[in-house]
Structure formats: structure tokens, C-alpha cells
Design a protein around this ligand. Structure first.
Ligand code: HEM
Length: 1222
């Protein structure tokens, strides 16, 4: 009973002691969340299957947070994916030792850097660090280059031959590099390496070692033998060791032969030289050299091969990024085949760097690393991790954490490494090589070798795979493995293989144009000729070849009049640019028939109405509403009926000679519905929707049937008009006309004068051009009965024949003062300024019966005349005898105030009015001394020529529409051809030239004179330019061809070749100068390069030194702390509390020690007692004597009798005693 109780007590004591000794782990479990797992097993059963480890980790981390605590059997275990905790672990000297899981590595590869414990590890690391210094790595570049060239040769048979497994090839390649860089470049000649048996051995060993890590029972040799895994493993291990030993022996023998080994300073640091030197000096044993060599080769070959393969695989899955990387590499290495990649080249591969980083982020080659605490470790959140805890740092999940990397954390996107994206990430959020005290020794080596390999592979091959990224399944190993390895296809790249990639801001790929694509038509960049819309238009084109305008464009809508079906077609030209056309075009059908022969389509300013006009009337089409995602009319219905009304039908019926000359929407109409129509009877009729509001007389009225009378002969018929910017009337009369429109004080809002009687009245001068070149101005409001006609306006400088007796068009550019453009049908364009007259000028004309001519408030000052070539006539220059005349139409460029277009039977001109910018500059200038110089002459560019012979046949412009953003022009020609061109937005047109010159003119430029570009521009400037020649209807006759050729040759000779010679000479001079400068800069770059190398080398050394120093510092701090504690305890003048505390601690120590000693002696006594008890029991058993039954009963009987006898005697004695009285 006693023994049993003793046993229980003892067991309880032991159990209690066990729990007590682990109390700090339990306390830690209370502070850090995590799965408890099952008793005894902990979470071990979840980690039995390697394929599930990463998933299990992911689930735990999702559930419990980035740092968790649990048990692996009885072992306390943490999983960490929080960058701050990771930093605490990696930078702590108390957490340098690897976890117990790596014990298997010791058996296979030997006890080297990878698994060695501190402090031996820190000594070895310090001794081996120089083998990975910057200069040594640079000396490896020839090996990297040579080996990659051999790899390219090996890949050749695989190209364009379907998908292949490249992993074995890459592993053999990296093993070759690793052995050569560690053991010397003559290893290549070794038989083993060449026969690839070495790779098999390394792989066999790596596999068994990994199995041993995850299945600890395999660490027993006996179990391995039982499972039949020992023989291969042992053979592989032995062969690798023999191979390495042979190399070391060879090296030592070679060194012995040379009495004075002539080793260069770099070579001395090459691993084998360094290791054998340490061996000779007795610092390393043979075993050390073998183990370390083994470990370095192991550390290098599989990780690097995986990093390269996974990068190629990801690029194959994301071809856009592959193309961008290819472009970068191609810019450095224009030719395919083998080329030398230098260290400087690797530094320039910025995008490849981002790709490599991103690849190791998404698939870290080492997904989980392990550590254990050798002392208590205090984390920065205050939690103390006690000694003896195993820690797994989950790099894989940290690299894919959405909290750190954002919503796209799980996909491959190199933009994660753009400087602005990476700068605010925690320094330990990305650690493929780990960081801190025990990081990868070969990280720089790995990056350089991977970049060299990737550059050469990506330059020569395009990698493809059919395996989707989403199907990748990752398996935790010592290195990262894939359950199914995607195969890769190699497509050969050519030297001329070129893909133009346009990149938008932020690095996204916007558009890719392959050069192999069929060339886009140069005269129809929008490819409108192929559209159904223009096919329909072409069907019903007017027969008469005279300029008209059947096209108009407002915002993204292009309108075209279909004369055959009498309806308006509309198409969104911008969406067709983007190639996402769901609706080809829409047909707007007029609600009532349009009986007109439409020659002009004009959309209102806000695009709510479209005016369709012909010589004999005007019809208005009300446009329906636009809605839906693409903003089509009525959400994209193909045919829509629109409300239509004709204006003054009766008037035209009654006046057979009445014709429409011009129509314009009033730009200041609030309702966007005021239309001004100029008729050939010198009236402007003002309509609001269908209502006639006013009829303004702008000249002598023509009486019925008089259209071709003397008035016409004198050219007194108005041919065109335009509306000038608003002006306040001079000598404002107090009376405010009823219903007049005025501007409010802010000058922005138009209001009816009726409601605000005291406000100023605003007039819009309507400038009218008569055929004889006379200009009249009608002063009036938007909607006013009151008008004042003035004219003919004085035009200065005066000329004998006025400015054109064949005037045909007028246009106002709203500059300040307004610019008037007057066109003559002989191609002359007069640019004039509309100036206020100093004093009101009286008209010299007699007063018409119906119109009162008022004194003129304006004068027109002609600044210049530009002459247009109307067709390319033989003899060039346009001034040939047989010059061609035709009406010229004008259209303002809404993007560039300085530019307008003139179109006619012979094509299209773009005219740039240079003085407008000078005017602008002068007005903006605050200096009083500034002078206005209007000398710069305007330019007219012949953009499109539709007439290139002297015959009468024409191919008139039937429509002109100006597109904005991107700027362009669309022309419909009489032949049915559509021309669509991009318009260059010349910065000079947007910014005043002088301003831009001044802004860009720095001191150096002022010193050096005009820039080279300016010089070339001035040399190339020519008066005649070569327009695009529109396609002809029929093939040209021999005469036409001859004229065309003659003209072209002349222009070529005069305008191009001579100038090109001059430009060539200028270029030659410039190139010479640049070459000189380049030579000079090359020299400077060389100097800088050398300096940079020196600096980087120094930086490298400093970094290494820093690492060493920080480690020694850490050791020192530890020692100092110990010393301080001792010193503190010893100091007599300590604070009383401290002293008492120290005493208490030492008392407790003594008590604990004595208790421990007591416990120990107790144990010993217990053991002794156990021994004695057992012994005596045994002896007792031995000496035990059993009586035969008979004797036993006899003895018992006798004894019973004796007992009865004794009892009786006792009674007798007691009686006698009583009697005697004793
Ligand atoms: C992409 C390629 C590489 C990756 C991703 C990589 C990754 C790593 C990681 C994560 C560790 C730390 C392991 C741990 O803490 O448990 C490590 C250690 C190590 N690596 Fe690498 N490595 C690469 C290439 C190389 C190369 C090329 C070499 C040798 C030339 C090398 C030699 C070593 C050695 C010797 C260690 C142990 C260092 C020590 O504990 O002091 N590695 N590597």
C-alpha cells in the first residue's frame, strides 16, 4: 500500500515538474492564437501529407491571424507570416539556429552552413563570406555566359516542337554552373558532370533528404533499410563525396606542385581556393571542406533552376509581360543568337528585374524556412517567445497576403515592383532569400546568373504554355514544388521580329500593332471607304461635280446625307476608331418628304437640330435623344423617324429665282434653334424652329424676276455672311428694343432685354460679302427687329479692283480684333482685320429704296493675300496661263484658332493665319514698349488635290467634316472616295510662336543661335507642297499622265531635291559635331563607370563589414549585459530594493539548487529503496519454506494446545497473585 502510494506520488511529482518546466509555452499559447490540435499529436497530423502543408498553413493563418502558435506533438511550434515578427526573428541573435526539421540535411549533405548551429555557424559564415564578394561574382560572368550559350544549343532541337519539360535541362545547367563556380571551371571536363550521373545523384540525395525532413522516422538508417531506400541514398551520398574529395585532392596536389602558388587576389577568394587554404592552415578539417562544398552546390542548383523555370513559366502564362521584357532585352541586344551579357547590362534590365522579383514573390523558390529559439526572444509587440520554440516562417503566404500586396496579391503582375508601389512596403514583406543575420549567402550570385540566363533565353525564344495560371498547385518541400509542372513551348525569335507596343500611362498595355498586319490605307486612316454608311452614300451621289457639303461632324457623331433615300445617316466615328462597333450606323428618316436637292448639311451648335439646305429651300430635322452606354440615338435603333419641317416652302414656290446662298446657326442662340438663311435677294431670313422671326435686308432688294438683272452684273448680290463677336453699339440710344437679347453684367448670360430694361444692349455684327468684294455689316441682336445696315465698309489699303470681283466666301475668325477671310473663286484668300472706325464713316452709296444705310462703324484692313493652287496645273506654281477657277468654301478649325480649311472642286487646303498669334501676344503683353509686328506671312498647305491636269474634269469635294480628339478630317469626293486623315496638332498653332520661343530660349540657346530643328525647318520650308492625290475615276490619259509627271518632276527638283541637298549638308555638319560630343561623353562615361564600380565595390565591402560588425556588436551587447548584471549585483552602493531583489534571487537560486540536489538525492534514495525492496522480496521468495500439510496440522494442534495451557496457567498465576496480595 505504502509502495503504491509512493509510486503515485512520485509520478504526480514528475508530471507536475514536466508541466511546470513548460509553463512558459502554455503562457505563450494564451498570448498567441492558433489551433490546439489533438492531445499528444498537436497539429502534426495536418502536416503529414506534404501536398497539404501549404494549404493547412493558409487555413490556419486565415483563421487565426498572421502569427499562430500550436504544437507538433509535444514540441511548441509557431507559424509566422507577419513582416514585423519576421524581422524580429531574422534580426535576433537568439534565433539564428535552424529548426529541428533540417536535422536530415546533416545526414545527407553534411553539417555545413545551411544547418550548422551558432556559434560554429557564425565562424564558418565569416570565413566563407569572401567567396561571394562582388569581385568574385563578376569573375563568374564568363562562366554564366558560356554555360547559357551551351544551354541555347541544347534548346535548339526543342524549338517549335510543341510543349516540353525544361526542368531537367535547367537543373543540369544550374548544377554545371554551381559546381564550376565553387569547385573551379575545369570541373566541366569531369566525366561525372558530363555524363549527367552527378545530377541524378544530387537529385536522389535531395529527394531522400526532403523525405527525411518531413517523415522523421526515415532518419533511422534501420527504417530506411527496411523500406529499401538506403542503398540508393548511400550510393548517391558516397559518389558525391568521392567526386568532391577527388577535386579537393587534385587542387591540393596542384598547389603542392607550385612552390609559390600564383593566385590572384580574386582567385584566392574562389570557394575551393578559400576552403583548401583553410584546410592547409588547419582551420577547416577535410570533413568541413567536403560538407561546405556539398551545401553550397545544394543551395545553388535547385533554387536557381526553379527560379528561372518559374519565371519563364509565368511569362508564358502572361504573354503581355513577356513582350515588354523582350522589348527591354531587345533594346540592349538587337540580335538573336549568343551574345555577351555584362554586369552593366544586368543593371540596365530594370523590367526584367521587376519580373524576376514578382516571380519569386508569387512562387518563392523556398516557401517556408524554419528556426528555433536558442534563448528567449522578445518580439517588438512585447511578447516573449521562450527558448526551445520551433518557428516556421511562411514566406509563401506572406508574399501573397492581400493586406500587404493589395487585391492582386495572388496574381502575377510585375507592376507590384514599380518604385511607387514597393516604397511603402515593410522591408521584410518580400524575402525570397530571407534577410537579417542568416540570409542566403548566394543571393547576389543567384540574381546575376538568373538575369544572364533569362536575357539570353527570352531574346532567342518566345515561351508559350497551355497550362493556366489558376491551375497551379503548390507543394511544400525544402524548395517549392508544383504538383503538375506545366510544359513550355519554345518559339524561335528572329532578329527582325518586332512588335510595336504602345504603352499607356501606368504601364498598362493599350494597343498592340504587329508590323505583319496589313498596312492601313494612308489616305483613309479611319477605313471609312469600307463602311456600309459610305457605300450607301456612294449610291446616291449628286451627278453634278460642284463643291457642296453633305457631311458634318459634331462631337463623336458623323452625319452624311443619303441623297438616294433622302435620309440622314449618322455614325459614331470614335467608337469605330476603338474597334468596338456594335452599331454600324443609324438612319434618321425625315417625318415628311424632303423635296429638296440637298447640298449642305449643318448641325446646330448643340446638335439638337440639323439644317438640310439646297438652292431651293431649307428643311430642319429635329434630332432624337441619345441614350444607352454608347450614346446612340434611341439606344442604337437602326432606323428612327425624326420630326421634320420645311422653311418657307411657299416663298420658294412663288419665287422661282430665289436661291439659298448661305445658312448659319446663330452661335449665341439660347435655344440652339436660331437659323439665319441668306437668300440671293439680299435678305437674311431668321427662323426659330419653323417660325420665321425676322427678315433682314442686307442690300438692295431684287424684284420678282430680276435675279439676273443689272444688280447681279454689278456683283451687288450678297454671296456669304458670317457673325462677328458681340459688340456694344456705339452711342447707345436709351431706347431698348422690345424682345432684344442682352448680356448681363457678367457678360456671360443672355437674357431678354424686356425683363431687364436697364441693361446694356448687345449687338452681333453680321458681316455680309457681296460678289463684287464689297462688305456690308448688319448690326443687330440675336432676335431683333431693329437692324442697322452699314456699308460698303472701307477696305484698306485700297486697290483699284477692290478685293476681288469674284468673291465667293467669307468667314470670321473670332480673334481680337476679328479676322475676316474673304475668298475669291480664283483661289485668292484675303486676310483682314475688322477694326472699329475712328469716326463713323458715311456711306458713299446711294440709299436703297428699302434699306437705310447707316454711317459705318467699322473699317476692314487687309493684311495679306494668300493664293491657293486650284489643282496641279502643268508648270507648277499654280500661276500657269490656264489657271482654274471655282467657288471656294471656308470652314474654321475649332481646335486651332489660327487654322481654317478651304475646300473646292480641286481639293482641300489648310491655311494657317500667322498674325493671329502675334496679335494675341501683343494683347497679352504688359510692356508698353512692345511693338506689333504682323510681318509673318500665312501658310497654305495643299492637303488633298483632286485635280491634277489642265482638263476640265473635276472631282469636287462633296463633303468636309472636321473631327476633334483625335483631330482629323473626313472628305467625301465627287468620285465617291472617302479620305480620312489625321490632323497634326502643331503645338505652334496652339501656343503663340513668340511665346513658345521666349519660353524655350535659355541663355545657352541664345548664345548658340537658332536650334538645329529650326534651321532644318527653315531649309525645308517651301512655297509649294505636295498634296495627296485623290484616286481618279478613270485611268488617266497619256496627256494627263505626262502633265502630272512633268509637274511632279519640277516640284521634286525645285522644291525637294535642292532643299534636301542643303539639309543633307546641314545634317552632315551636325552629325560631325554630335560625334565629337559623343566621343567626349563616352570618355566621361568611362570615367564615371570606373568611379561607380569603385564606389559599388566599396559599398559592398562596407555592407559586408557592416554585417560582421553588427553581429559582433550583438555578441558584445550580450556579454556586456551579462557583465552589467554581475557588476550590478556586486556593487555595494546599489539601490536597496535592487540589492534585496538580487539577494532574493540568489537565495531563491540557492534554495532551488538545494531543492534540486534534494530531489536528486531523493531520486537516488528512491532508486536504492526500490532496489533493496526488490532484492529483499526476491530473497524472501528464495528463503520461503513451506511445511508439509500433516506436520503443519500437528504443529498447529500442539501450538493450540500449548496456547490453551498457557492461558490456563496465566489465569492460575493471576488467582495466586490475588490470594498472595501481590
Ligand atoms: C534563386 C535562388 C536562391 C534562393 C531563392 C535561395 C534562397 C535561400 C533561402 C531562403 C535561404 C535561407 C534558408 C533558411 O533560412 O532556412 C538560403 C540559404 C542559403 N543559400 Fe540560397 N538561395 C538561392 C540561391 C543560392 C545560391 C546560388 C547559393 C550558392 C551559390 C546559395 C547558397 C545558400 C547557402 C549556403 C545558404 C545557407 C546560408 C546560411 O545559413 O548561412 N543559395 N537560400
Amino acid at each position: 500500500m505504502l509502495t503504491w502510494t509512493l509510486w503515485c506520488g512520485l509520478l504526480f511529482l514528475l508530471w507536475f515538474y514536466f508541466l511546470w518546466s513548460r509553463r512558459r509555452f502554455y503562457l505563450l499559447a494564451l498570448k498567441i492564437p492558433g489551433p490546439l490540435g489533438y492531445p499528444i499529436l498537436g497539429m502534426a497530423h495536418w502536416l503529414m501529407n506534404r501536398e497539404d502543408i501549404l494549404n493547412a498553413f493558409g487555413c490556419f493563418l486565415d483563421k487565426h491571424g498572421p502569427t499562430i502558435f500550436s504544437w507538433l506533438g509535444p514540441i511548441p511550434f509557431m507559424i509566422v507570416s507577419d513582416p514585423q515578427v519576421v524581422q524580429d526573428i531574422f534580426t535576433s541573435p537568439h534565433c539564428v539556429n535552424k529548426g529541428i526539421i533540417y536535422k536530415a540535411v546533416d545526414d545527407g549533405a553534411g553539417i555545413g552552413l545551411f544547418s550548422m548551429n551558432d556559434p560554429r555557424w557564425s565562424i564558418h559564415r565569416k570565413l566563407l563570406n569572401p567567396a561571394f564578394g562582388h569581385k568574385v561574382l563578376l569573375s563568374f560572368l564568363p562562366i554564366f555566359n558560356r554555360e547559357t550559350a551551351l544551354l541555347l544549343d541544347q534548346l535548339k532541337p526543342l524549338q517549335d516542337d510543341g510543349e516540353k519539360d525544361l526542368v531537367p535541362l535547367l537543373q543540369s545547367f544550374t548544377l554545371g554552373i554551381a559546381t564550376q563556380t565553387t569547385m573551379g571551371s575545369d570541373v566541366r571536363s569531369e566525366e561525372n558532370l558530363m555524363s549527367k550521373s552527378l545530377l541524378d545523384r544530387y537529385q536522389c540525395m535531395l529527394e531522400t533528404m526532403t523525405d527525411m525532413c518531413f517523415s522523421p522516422w526515415l532518419n533511422s538508417r534501420f527504417v530506411r533499410q527496411l523500406l529499401g531506400r538506403e542503398s540508393h541514398y548511400y550510393q548517391a551520398k558516397t559518389e558525391i563525396r568521392q567526386f568532391i574529395r577527388k577535386l579537393i585532392e587534385k587542387k591540393l596536389a596542384a598547389d603542392q606542385k607550385e612552390t609559390q602558388p600564383a593566385i590572384k587576389s580574386i582567385d584566392k577568394n574562389i570557394f575551393l581556393n578559400l576552403a583548401t587554404d583553410l584546410l592547409r592552415r588547419g582551420v577547416f578539417t577535410w570533413r568541413n571542406v567536403e560538407d561546405e562544398s556539398n551545401i553550397i552546390v545544394f543551395g545553388a542548383f535547385e533554387t536557381t533552376a526553379n527560379a528561372i523555370y518559374y519565371t519563364l513559366m509565368l511569362l508564358a502564362m502572361f504573354p503581355d509581360y513577356q513582350e515588354r521584357a523582350f522589348e527591354e532585352i531587345q533594346s540592349l541586344f538587337p540580335n538573336t543568337g549568343d551574345f555577351e551579357v555584362t554586369y552593366a547590362d544586368t543593371q540596365q534590365m530594370v523590367y526584367l528585374d521587376m519580373i524576376l522579383n514578382e516571380s519569386m514573390r508569387v512562387i518563392p523558390p523556398v516557401p517556408v524556412v524554419s528556426r528555433q529559439t536558442s534563448h528567449d526572444l522578445t518580439l517588438s509587440n512585447g511578447i516573449v517567445v521562450p527558448q526551445g520554440v520551433q518557428i516556421a516562417i511562411d514566406i509563401y503566404h506572406m508574399h501573397r497576403s492581400k493586406k500587404i500586396w493589395g487585391p492582386e496579391a495572388e496574381t502575377f503582375n510585375p507592376d507590384h515592383f514599380l518604385p511607387h508601389n514597393i516604397q511603402d512596403k515593410h522591408p521584410y514583406a518580400y524575402i525570397p532569400f530571407t534577410k537579417g543575420i542568416r540570409n542566403c549567402i548566394g543571393w547576389r550570385y543567384a540574381l546575376i546568373s538568373a538575369k544572364v540566363t533569362l536575357a539570353k533565353l527570352l531574346r532567342n525564344y518566345r515561351f508559350k504554355t497551355s497550362f493556366p495560371f489558376e491551375d497551379l498547385y503548390f507543394v511544400e518541400d525544402i524548395t517549392m514544388k508544383l504538383k503538375t509542372v506545366p510544359l513550355l513551348e519554345l518559339q524561335k525569335r528572329n532578329s527582325y521580329d518586332h512588335t510595336v507596343t504602345l504603352l499607356a500611362k501606368g504601364g498598362h498595355i493599350e494597343e498592340q500593332l504587329s508590323i505583319n498586319k496589313p498596312a492601313m490605307s494612308l489616305t483613309d486612316i479611319l477605313e471609312l471607304n469600307k463602311t456600309e454608311l459610305f457605300a450607301k452614300i456612294r449610291d446616291g451621289l449628286p451627278v453634278v461635280q460642284k463643291t457642296q457639303n453633305l457631311l458634318d461632324c459634331k462631337d463623336d457623331l458623323l452625319f452624311a446625307w443619303d441623297a438616294k433615300e433622302c435620309c440622314l445617316l449618322v455614325r459614331n466615328w470614335r467608337s469605330s476608331l476603338a474597334g468596338e462597333v456594335s452599331v454600324q450606323f443609324q438612319t434618321l428618316i425625315p417625318s415628311s418628304t424632303v423635296g429638296l436637292e440637298v447640298d449642305r448639311v449643318l448641325a446646330s451648335n448643340e446638335c439638337s437640330l440639323v439644317a438640310l439646305s439646297g438652292p431651293r429651300g431649307v428643311t430642319i430635322l429635329e434630332l432624337p435623344r441619345r441614350w444607352g452606354p454608347d450614346g446612340y440615338y434611341k439606344d442604337g435603333k437602326a432606323r428612327i423617324t425624326c420630326r421634320t419641317y420645311s422653311l418657307d416652302t411657299q416663298l420658294f414656290l412663288n419665287n422661282p429665282h430665289l436661291e439659298v446662298r448661305q445658312l448659319r446657326w446663330h452661335p449665341h442662340s439660347v435655344s440652339d434653334s436660331t437659323l439665319l438663311v441668306l437668300l440671293n435677294n439680299n435678305t437674311i431670313r431668321v427662323y426659330n424652329h419653323s417660325k420665321l422671326r425676322h427678315v433682314w435686308q442686307v442690300g438692295p432688294s431684287l424684284h420678282r424676276g430680276e435675279a439676273s438683272s443689272s444688280l447681279c452684273d454689278f456683283g451687288e448680290v450678297a454671296v456669304d455672311f458670317d457673325i462677328a463677336p458681340a459688340a456694344k453699339p456705339r452711342g447707345e440710344s436709351e431706347t431698348t428694343g422690345k424682345n432684344e437679347t442682352t448680356l448681363d453684367n457678367s457678360n456671360k448670360t443672355l437674357v431678354a432685354a424686356k425683363s431687364l430694361p436697364k441693361q446694356e444692349r448687345i449687338e452681333w455684327p453680321i458681316v455680309v460679302l457681296r460678289e463684287n468684294g464689297n462688305i456690308y455689316i448688319l448690326m443687330t441682336g440675336v432676335d431683333s427687329e431693329m437692324t442697322r445696315l452699314q456699308g460698303p465698309i472701307t477696305i484698306t489699303p485700297q486697290t483699284r479692283d477692290n478685293y476681288g470681283l469674284e468673291s465667293c466666301a467669307l468667314m470670321i475668325i473670332p480673334s481680337l480684333p476679328p479676322t475676316i477671310v474673304m475668298a475669291e473663286s480664283n483661289g485668292k484668300l484675303h486676310h483682314a482685320l475688322l477694326m472699329e472706325a475712328e469716326a463713323a464713316e458715311l456711306s458713299f452709296n446711294e440709299v436703297d429704296d428699302f434699306v437705310l444705310i447707316e454711317p459705318a462703324e467699322y473699317v476692314v484692313h487687309v493684311l495679306e493675300t494668300v493664293e491657293l493652287e486650284l489643282g496641279l496645273a502643268a508648270g507648277g506654281g499654280g500661276g500657269g496661263a490656264a489657271s482654274y477657277n471655282c467657288p471656294v468654301y471656308l470652314k474654321r478649325d475649332l481646335i486651332n484658332e489660327m487654322r481654317y480649311f478651304a475646300y473646292h472642286n480641286a481639293g482641300l487646303h489648310a491655311v494657317t493665319v500667322s498674325f493671329i498669334s502675334e496679335l494675341q501676344r501683343y494683347l497679352d503683353s504688359e510692356s508698353e514698349e512692345d511693338r506689333l509686328e504682323l510681318a509673318a506671312s500665312s501658310r497654305a498647305e495643299y492637303i488633298l488635290c483632286t485635280k491634277f491636269d489642265s482638263s476640265e474634269s473635276v472631282n469636287a469635294v462633296f463633303g468636309l467634316a472636321l473631327l476633334q480628339i483625335p483631330a482629323g478630317v473626313v472628305l467625301l469626293l465627287g468620285s465617291g472616295q472617302v479620305i480620312s486623315l489625321k490632323l497634326v496638332i502643331d503645338a505652334q498653332l496652339l501656343v503663340t510662336p513668340n511665346e513658345s520661343k521666349q519660353a524655350g530660349l535659355d541663355v545657352s540657346q541664345q548664345e548658340s543661335g537658332p536650334s538645329f530643328v529650326d534651321t532644318i525647318k527653315s531649309l525645308l520650308q517651301r512655297s509649294v507642297n505636295q498634296p495627296i492625290l485623290a484616286e481618279k475615276l478613270a485611268s488617266p490619259s497619256a496627256q494627263e499622265s505626262y502633265e502630272l509627271l512633268n509637274q511632279a518632276i519640277e516640284v521634286l527638283r525645285e522644291q525637294y531635291l535642292k532643299r534636301h541637298d542643303l539639309v543633307r549638308a546641314a545634317f552632315a555638319r551636325h552629325i560631325n559635331q554630335i560625334q565629337l560630343k559623343r566621343e567626349q561623353q563616352k570618355l566621361e562615361i568611362q570615367d564615371l563607370e570606373q568611379e561607380r564600380e569603385l564606389i559599388s565595390e566599396r559599398a559592398h565591402k562596407l555592407a559586408e563589414r557592416f554585417e560582421e560588425i553588427s553581429y559582433s556588436q550583438e555578441l558584445l551587447v550580450r556579454k556586456c549585459n551579462g557583465l552589467m548584471q554581475k557588476a550590478n549585483a556586486a556593487l555595494p552602493n546599489n539601490v536597496v530594493a535592487e540589492r534585496e531583489f538580487a539577494q532574493e534571487v540568489s537565495r531563491l537560486n540557492t534554495v532551488t539548487q538545494s531543492m534540486a540536489a534534494g530531489l536528486e538525492s531523493c531520486k537516488k534514495t528512491l532508486n536504492k529503496q526500490r532496489y533493496h525492496i526488490a532484492k529483499s522480496q526476491e530473497e524472501l521468495k528464495k528463503n520461503a519454506y513451506e511445511l508439509p500439510e500433516k506436520q503443519h496440522s500437528t504443529i498447529t494442534e500442539i501450538l493450540t494446545q500449548l496456547t490453551g495451557e498457557i492461558d490456563r496457567q496465566i489465569i492460575d498465576v493471576k488467582r495466586i497473585n490475588k490470594i498472595v496480595g501481590v
